[in-house]
Structure formats: C-alpha cells, structure tokens
Design a protein around this ligand. Structure first.
Ligand SMILES: *Cc1c(COP(=O)(O)O)cnc(C)c1O
Length: 468
C-alpha cells in the first residue's frame, strides 16, 4: 500500500480477495523457482491451474488483445488504479500476455544467480535501453550541473546514436567512451563522482568485444552506481550477468530470443535491489527497478510492448537453450572454416582460441544446465561473428552480393543465416571516425549463423568468396 491514505471497506474487500490470489501465485512461484532452465522457459508462470480456473483450459498462454480491462464496480476500479490489487488496466501499463513473458524472462535471467529479479517488457530493444538508463540521468536537487555515464564504445549502432546524439548532444549528458572494455583501468580512469552508471554490451555487436563483468560490477558498486549490461547476443541461455554482480540487464528481444523473426521487442531485467546513489522517493526505485520503471516512467512515456509481439517472443523463448546450443555450434564450425580461408584476413568470433577476447568469454559464456562430463558447463559463444575479406572494400561487397542462401539484411539473431556490411548499414550513421574508434573497417562482413546445416552455409560462403 503506497501512502497513508485510507480506503473504504468496499475497496478493502477487493484487497483481501487479491491477497488470496497473490498468495496462490507466490506459492506457485516458489515451485517454479525449483525448476530447471528449460522447464521455466517452457511454462513460465502459466500453470494448469491458471489455465483451468481463468483461461478456459487454454494450454498455451492466451493472447489478450483487448486494450483495457473492465471492473465490477467503482471500489474495484479504485483498488486497481491505486495498484492495490494485481491488475492490468490498460495495455500501455500492463497486459496479461506480456505479464507471462515478463515473468519468464525475469526467472530465466535470475536463474541460479541467487537473486530475485523483476522484468519489464518494452516495444523494442532501444526503448528498453532508454527505460533502463534515463531514470539515472534525472537532475537531482542540489546536484551537479554536469553529469556523465561511462560506456564501452563497441555498442549496437542504435545505442551509439541514442547515447551520443539523444543524450549527449541534445541533453548535455556526457557519455565517456571506453575504447578497450576488457581493460578495467580504462573504466576506472573515466569514472568520477558525477558518473551515474556503467554500461557494457557483451558480447558486442558486431565486434564481439567483451569485459570482465565481475570486476566492472565491483568497480561500479565501489562508486555506488549500477552496472548495466546489454546481453542481447548472449541471451540468458549462455550468460546471466546478474550472476557476476550486474544490476540491470537489457535485451533486444527482436534478436536471438525471438529467433523466428516475427516480432520487435525489448526487455529490462533488474536485480532486487540495485545499487544507485540517485535519490528517488519511490521505494521500488532501488528495491525493484524494473517494476518502478513499469509503474511510473514507462506508464508516462508510453514505450509499451504489443501483446502480439509478446506472444511471439514467449513462443520462441520456450526452446531458447537448445536453440542457442545448436546455433552456437553451427557458428563455431563456420568460423573455423572462414579462419582457414585464403581470402579472409580476419575472423572475429569469441569461440576461436586465437580471438583476443576468447579467454574472457570462456570464463563467462556457458550453456546453462549443460554438462561436459566433468561436472562443468560447456562453453558456447553464440551465433554472431564477423570476418574481413582481403583487399579493398569492393571485395567484401562482391562476396556479399553473391550470397545465395544467406540473406543480406541488417538483422541478426535469426534461425536463418543473415549477413550485413556494418560500415554501410548498421554503423553507417556514426561516421568514419567513430567506426575507426569501434574498429569497424569497410571490409568487415557481419554474419549471424542460423539453424541450417552448417555445411550448406559454408558452401554458400565458399562460392561467394570465389568472386574475390
Ligand atoms: C538490435 C539491438 C538493439 C536494439 O534493439 P531493437 O529491438 O532493434 O530496438 C540493442 N542492442 C543490441 C546488442 C542489438 O543487437
């Protein structure tokens, strides 16, 4: 109950009724938390009981398209709008289908981390990133004029634009770029008392840069600020940064989590509680950041997810672990082929021992609930890689234009193999200087290997590279 306001007996009747439902859900949640990763991914919080008592026995979570919810009387309306009872009111605020996705993601991201988590699903990965960062960038009473945050420079192109244009140029909030995120000292040198958070993308798209999450989380916490990680390319099947101390994880659900490619979406998952020195009167701000964002700024800013998209994401999520295993193994095979190809001068893939960040990734990227026969989980490195084609940039374009099976698209995380040339697509807007800083030469082709037989992908690459 939020404040000291008192409510009528009619309202309190609904609160008491809701308490019963909440106790039932709590009991079920405790059971779900005992399950393995795959079981949580398949069922989430939706249960046989939930199906039979409230959803006409539907085996699959129903898709609630209604924009709003009706109430029995004014007392229930009052209880709902004061957030005294579980409710969804209006799809900009919440929706039953989105609710199941949020819980599944919260549980998967918190899996075996020893932490409770909460999740907010948004319209896109970018809106998740905006929702995760903006609450820390508000002006504080008697606070400094100039505030900043520190981020690795190897971020998704949209994130680079959002940080450098929307936040820095338009709002005067300084972003301090770290060029070598694997070097903790570079992060240390960029932080001061006006730094509001540390931001890392791991593995980064497309450079596959990586960081020592544990050390960065410790560093952030020593300054009483949160460590935020975009783990889109890893997914919770391969890495759960909350395990290493991260406060907030963001995802573009559009990518590997919805590998089927039918929906746009984002997610923000936070650990309970997060570390921050930003003062905010609302208790949820620190205690359950994702819920705070959901009930307040998200409600007011409006980046709501569509329940249709939530349904597609939920459906793809069920097989996440086995899919990431297969896709990673396929990518490994393709990367090894390219590494031995005479027309390829460079292959960036975390799974290659010769790749500079391999050691760090080996420490952090492991297929959840797998077993190497010796009691450890096996390493899997995801399905994103890039390779550089020998000679002038035209050569890369020539090979790229000859792909027959592989799609040319600025897409990734798909069940179908897709490739792009980042310098002329995803990273075109940021200019040559920024591309040099982020190490994205025009010869670089980003390839995200899908679920095809890897031999067929290799054959396509081989015939395309003959054009060079
Ligand atoms: C695509 C992507 C985003 C942005 O997500 P959208 O769903 O396209 O808004 C953010 N981070 C990473 C790593 C991405 O690949």
């Amino acid at each position: 109950m939020p404040d000291d306001k008192t409510y009528s007996p009619g309202v309190m009747k609904y609160v008491a009724e809701a308490k019963k439902l909440m106790a039932e859900r709590e009991a079920h949640l405790a059971e779900v938390k005992k399950w393995k990763f795959d079981t949580i991914a398949v069922h989430g919080l939706y249960s046989v009981e939930e199906a039979l008592s409230r959803n006409q026995g539907a085996v699959i979570e129903p898709l609630y398209l209604s924009a709003s919810q009706a109430y029995r009387d004014s007392d229930e309306l009052e209880a709902a709008l004061a957030y005294l009872v579980p409710t969804w009111c209006y799809t900009r605020i919440a929706n039953p289908t989105t609710y199941y996705l949020e819980w599944a993601l919260a549980l998967l991201e918190g899996y075996k981390t020893g932490h409770d988590t909460s999740c907010l699903v948004t319209a896109s990965g970018m809106s998740a990133i905006m929702s995760a960062t903006d609450p820390f960038l508000v002006k504080q009473k008697d606070g400094p004029e100039k505030i900043n945050f520190v981020s690795c420079v190897q971020v998704y192109g949209g994130t680079f634009q959002h940080f450098s244009v929307r936040k820095m140029r338009e709002r005067g909030i300084e972003v301090r770029w770290v060029l070598h995120p694997e070097d903790v000292n570079e992060w240390k040198a960029k932080i001061d008392e006006n730094t509001r958070f540390l931001y890392m993308e791991a593995p980064s798209n497309p450079q596959q840069s990586f960081c020592d999450s544990k050390m960065l989380a410790e560093l952030a916490h020593s300054w009483e600020i949160p460590f935020i990680v975009d783990a889109t390319c890893a997914t919770p099947a391969l890495m759960r940064p909350i395990n290493c101390g991260a406060d907030i994880v963001v995802h573009s659900l559009t990518k590997s989590i919805t590998a089927g490619g039918l929906a746009i979406g984002g997610a923000l998952i936070s650990r309970k509680p997060i570390v921050t020195k930003v003062k905010n009167d609302h208790p949820l701000f620190k205690e359950s950041f994702a819920e705070y964002v959901k009930f307040l700024p998200y409600r007011d800013n409006g980046p709501a997810a569509s329940p249709v998209n939530a349904m597609f994401a939920l459906n793809d999520l069920r097989t996440l672990r086995s899919k990431m295993d297969l896709l990673s193994q396929n990518c490994q095979k393709v990367a090894e082929f390219l590494q031995g190809h005479p027309k390829v001068y460079r292959v960036d893939y975390l799974g290659l021992p010769s790749f500079p960040h391999h050691g760090l990734a080996k420490k952090y990227m492991k297929l959840v609930d797998s077993d190497d026969g010796k009691g450890s989980e096996v390493n899997r490195y995801g399905h994103l890689m890039s390779f550089g084609v020998d000679g002038p940039p035209e050569n890369a374009r020539k090979a790229f234009d000859r792909f027959k099976l592989i799609y040319r698209a600025t897409d990734l995380g798909r069940i179908k193999s897709v490739a792009t040339i980042p310098a002329i697509s995803t990273h075109q807007q940021q200019g040559e200087e920024a591309r040099r800083m982020a190490d994205i030469p025009p010869q670089l082709i980003r390839l995200c290997v899908g679920g095809e037989d890897p031999d067929d992908v290799i054959a396509d690459l081989d015939q395309a590279l003959k054009a060079v």
